[in-house]
Design a protein around this ligand. Structure first.
Ligand SMILES: [Zn+2]
Length: 140
């Protein structure tokens, strides 16, 4: 089953394009121009890590392009174990993807704040986006 899907889609550059700098990593373009992601398969594509999901346009966010893309990857590899490491702010999205069985599991069971210091989900105490630690008055 997976072999069939693989031979059907992997050579087709419309869907999967090998990452230019990282051999063995593939860009999935099946939802272009709305979204792309990077996938990192093992040798026989039975275990697939979804690595870097990008939904391009701010106005296109929360319109289901991300979940549509993930569901397509599942359709290509129905028997693969698909997993992801996730930032704190995108964890609810990925939990929904687990619930819908598009992916098998979230890899990290620990909190993982993103690098965007203005992201209030990942950095709730950085209300003003200041990077430096600031002691509260009562702690001095
Ligand atoms: Zn974040």
């Amino acid at each position: 089953m997976i072999q069939l899907e693989k031979s059907k889609f992997r050579p087709n550059e419309a869907y999967f394009v090998e990452h230019q700098k990282r051999p063995g990593w593939w860009i999935f373009q099946g939802s272009f121009p709305y979204a792309v992601c990077t996938i990192i398969p093992n040798e026989d594509w039975t275990v697939i890590e979804i690595h870097h999901v990008i939904v391009f346009n701010e106005q296109q966010r929360r319109k289901g392009h991300g979940s549509k893309m993930i569901s397509r990857i599942r359709r290509f590899f129905p028997e693969a174990t698909i997993w992801v490491d996730t930032w704190d702010h995108s964890r609810p999205f990925w939990q929904t993807m687990v619930d819908r069985k598009y992916i098998n599991f979230i890899g990290n069971d620990y909190s993982w704040p993103c690098f965007d210091t203005s992201c209030l989900t990942c950095h709730p105490s950085r209300v003003n986006g200041i990077r430096r630690f600031q002691r509260k008055e009562e702690e001095k």
